[in-house]
Design a protein around this ligand. Structure first.
Ligand code: IPM
Ligand code: MN
Length: 353
């Protein structure tokens, strides 16, 4: 029995999570596994009502679950940063989800903004470090509010934190078995301490993986190459901040936020899966948001739970849905179908497998 904690969250989160669970239910029926869900109301509305982001004991309770399925966090009436730090980042940190896994895969039938590029060119995975770097919140102000104000925000990189991420990336690259090529993305020419540590760690760990070809790219150059030559990449490993930035670029070359999903992975603990597009408040309740990213998150969750057959089924159903030509655009409001109709269609293809 798989225990899944469901956090629908804010904005369009609940709408897309509903469709993801519909598809999960279909996959469970077809492949014959059991799961139970419990819903948690963490998010902007709860914060506005109670002043609490995550209540006392929430993290401990979530630790008991095999996986967390998250919709979106972010509310127009809450100052930016409060919910992100108090819920999303707090869960990533406290549950030690040290990998943010973000596949960048262009499915057939999806329009790619890159000229002359197709599904065979855009198929890479970014392994983003998820608990360190600029995200730890280390630093502070001095003389705040004066003309002499100083703001310092430090990037914290530990040998053990970098090494476990790099090792995960090598293992993932080996298991993925595509081109067996791992690219380190950094900025060694400027971040001469932090990324020196990354580079040394990467090169030392690489010795243990003679079957994996290694490469290095500066983050600015990788932004260019993701656009010009995405086919050069198989697996890319990088720090938290750069990973945040290059995965939005990755999302747009795979068709946009309507289809991009990610996993916050603790290989030894509780992982959390989410569509990466955010809460999109202006589309809330209109049944126009694309649930495919949330469905792709279910697919990643199934894979991590060891239900690989079900994961494949969901992916195949997504491909059939996209190839059917019935979804006019992956963008919210332009699909030509309702959120629920897209979920129904994917669930139907799962059942018809
Ligand atoms: C993401 C988001 C978050 C991040 C924000 C909401 C804190 O942009 O998951 O990529 O920066 O990690
Ligand atoms: Mn981001």
């Amino acid at each position: 029995m798989h225990k899944i904690a469901v956090l629908p969250g804010d904005g369009t989160g609940p709408e897309v999570v509903k469709e993801g669970l519909k598809v999960l239910q279909a996959a469970a029926e077809v492949t014959g596994f059991d799961f139970e869900t419990k819903e948690f109301d963490f998010g902007g509305d709860r914060y506005l009502a109670t002043g609490e982001t995550l209540p006392e004991g929430a993290v401990e309770e979530l630790r008991e679950y095999g996986a967390i399925y998250l919709g979106a966090i972010g509310h127009p009436d809450v100052r930016p940063g409060i919910l992100e730090q108090g819920i999303l980042l707090r869960l990533r940190f406290d549950l030690d989800q040290y990998i943010n896994l973000r596949p960048v895969k262009l499915y057939p039938g999806v329009e790619c903004p890159l000229k002359d590029k197709g599904p065979e060119d855009v198929d890479l995975v970014v392994v983003r470090e998820n608990t360190e770097g600029l995200y730890v919140g280390s630093g502070g102000f001095t003389r705040k509010g004066t003309p002499e104000e100083i703001a310092v925000q430090e990037s914290v990189n530990t040998r053990s934190g970098v090494e476990r991420c790099v090792r995960y990336a090598f293992d993932y690259c080996r298991a993925r078995d595509k081109e067996k090529k791992l690219t380190l993305c950094g900025k060694t020419n400027v971040l001469t301490y932090a990324h020196d540590l990354w580079e040394r760690t990467f090169n030392e760990v690489a010795v243990e993986y003679p079957d994996i070809e290694t490469d290095y790219a500066h983050v600015d150059a990788i932004c260019m190459w993701f656009v010009k030559n995405p086919e050069w990449f198989d697996v890319v490993v990088t720090d938290n901040m750069f990973g945040d930035i290059i995965t939005d670029l990755g999302a747009i070359i795979q068709g946009g936020m309507g289809i991009a999903a990610g996993g916050n992975i603790n290989p030894e603990g509780t992982s959390m899966f989410e569509p990466i597009g955010g809460s999109a408040p202006k589309y809330t309740g209109k049944n126009v948001i694309n649930p495919l990213a949330a469905i792709a998150a279910v697919q990643m969750m199934l894979e991590t739970m060891g239900e690989t057959g079900a994961a494949r089924l969901v992916e195949d159903a997504m491909v059939k849905t996209l190839e059917s030509g019935r979804i006019k655009s992956l963008s919210a409001g332009k699909m030509g179908m309702g959120t629920d109709e897209v979920g129904d269609l994917v669930a139907r293809y799962v059942r018809e497998r």
